[in-house]
Design a binder for this molecule. Structure first.
Ligand SMILES: Nc1ncnc2c1ncn2[C@@H]1O[C@H](COP(=O)(O)OP(=O)(O)OP(=O)(O)O)[C@@H](O)[C@H]1O
Ligand SMILES: [Mg+2]
Length: 380
């Protein structure tokens, strides 16, 4: 994982997006036109209202083009009171359209060409991809030099908001809810990898990009880095290394060779966050514990130590077998060698089973006692 030390952060947070412009390795793959669309091309694609998915060939509702004024009105002049978040791209405001629909409006800050490129990719990808576990893009605005994206409003914010730094008066996410979120996120990824044609590599899977509905149903968001996956006999797509520190697969970080298995690694990191309640990267932790994957490696090889991985906020309210199985799936996703990582379809099946077990345990009150190392050892 030492390769990450060469990353240059361009993001504001601890767990920041990173970009390595690795020169000779950075050639964009010919034919992977989505991320290379020119301004003229994508405007035509979107504003002609084709609403036709080149991936599925089915008709879809196209994203709407909004005027800047309309969005200013919706957010009451981008009032700070309506500010719901801020990422490396810019601020996110809650707003209400004239139709009464609640939306999240993301206003891109003016930080150059790359921001625009990601904006284009986001609009194109979300115009083509439609699934109940992907956030809906309602529209966009390209008035003058303004670039804004309008999404369905996700009332519970991001998974990151619920998993880390939980205030004492707030109920932490239950194990059952965590499994529900894992299953939904896996289904979203399965759609990208297996149903989209050609497949889509998400490239930015992290807890901040998993948004939550009122009932904690998850939706993947932020497709500005997504790439069309390899087609034909090709095994990978070559690209500049982009992603978020702590979530990036090691082989991708080192070689720039992007495969579907890069996403599986990132998914493994999210699973690890769900299990442990620890951030992928946490500079406030002591040395040796700051990188979650490095911290977890010694635990994976010793079942008796699995108990020490569980989020203390769960207070042992986890069916023990589910914990063991969830950790086993996570360890497979985090295999150093991509070929040993499972396919997303298999992960969905395994997680669905785990989620159903968690619901059963909840329904019938079959809870394990608070997890103690000794009690786990007795069971084993
Ligand atoms: N559709 C939405 N509905 C509700 N809240 C949203 C929505 N989109 C984003 N947010 C909020 O805005 C925050 C910032 O999102 P954004 O995607 O801009 O940045 P990020 O994903 O946290 O980081 P980065 O883009 O820098 O990688 C999210 O964490 C979430 O709380
Ligand atoms: Mg995001």
């Amino acid at each position: 994982m030492s390769c990450f030390s060469c990353f240059v952060s361009r993001r504001k947070k601890d767990v920041s997006r990173v970009e390595v412009d690795n020169g000779s390795r950075s050639a964009h793959t010919p034919g992977n036109g989505v991320t290379n669309a020119s301004e003229g091309e994508w405007k035509r694609e979107c504003s002609e209202g084709k609403g036709k998915s080149v991936m599925s060939g089915k008709s879809r509702t196209a994203a709407a083009s909004f005027g800047f004024r309309e969005l200013a009105t919706a957010t009451r002049g981008f009032n700070e009171a309506n500010l719901i978040g801020e990422g490396g791209f810019g601020k996110v405001f809650k707003g209400r359209l004239s139709t009464g629909e609640l939306v999240a409006v993301k206003q891109l800050s003016h930080d150059g060409r790359q921001g625009f490129q990601e904006f284009v990719t986001e609009v194109l990808m979300l115009s083509l991809l439609h699934h109940s576990n992907l956030v809906k893009l309602i529209g966009y605005c390209t008035d003058g030099d303004q670039r804004l994206l309008v999404y369905e409003y996700m009332p519970m914010g991001s998974l990151e908001d619920h998993l880390f730094d939980v205030p004492q008066d707030k109920e932490p996410l239950s194990w059952r809810t965590r499994m529900k979120i894992a299953v939904g996120a896996a289904r979203g990824l399965e759609y990208l990898h297996c149903k989209a044609d050609p497949p889509v590599i998400y490239r930015d899977l992290k807890s901040a990009n998993i948004l939550l509905d009122n009932d904690f149903s998850p939706k993947l968001s932020d497709f500005g880095l997504a790439k069309l996956g390899p087609v034909g006999d090709n095994t990978h797509v070559s690209t500049r290394v982009m992603g978020t520190y702590g979530y990036c697969a090691p082989e991708y970080a080192m070689s720039g060779k992007l495969t579907l298995k890069s996403d599986i690694y990132s998914f493994g990191v999210v699973l690890l966050e769900l299990i442990t309640g620890r951030r992928a990267i946490d500079a406030t932790k002591k040395p040796g514990e700051q990188n979650l994957v490095s911290w977890s490696r010694p635990y994976f090889s010793d079942r008796r130590r699995f108990v020490h991985m569980a989020d203390p906020l769960l207070q042992g309210q986890i069916p023990v077998r589910c914990l063991h199985q969830a950790i086993a799936i996570t360890a497979m996703c985090l295999q150093e060698q991509p070929k040993f990582r499972p396919l997303i379809g298999d992960i969905v099946v395994a997680l669905e089973y785990l989620a159903s077990q968690s619901i059963e345990a909840h329904r019938y009150g079959v809870r394990s006692p608070p997890l103690q190392p000794s009690s786990i050892m007795e069971r084993d």
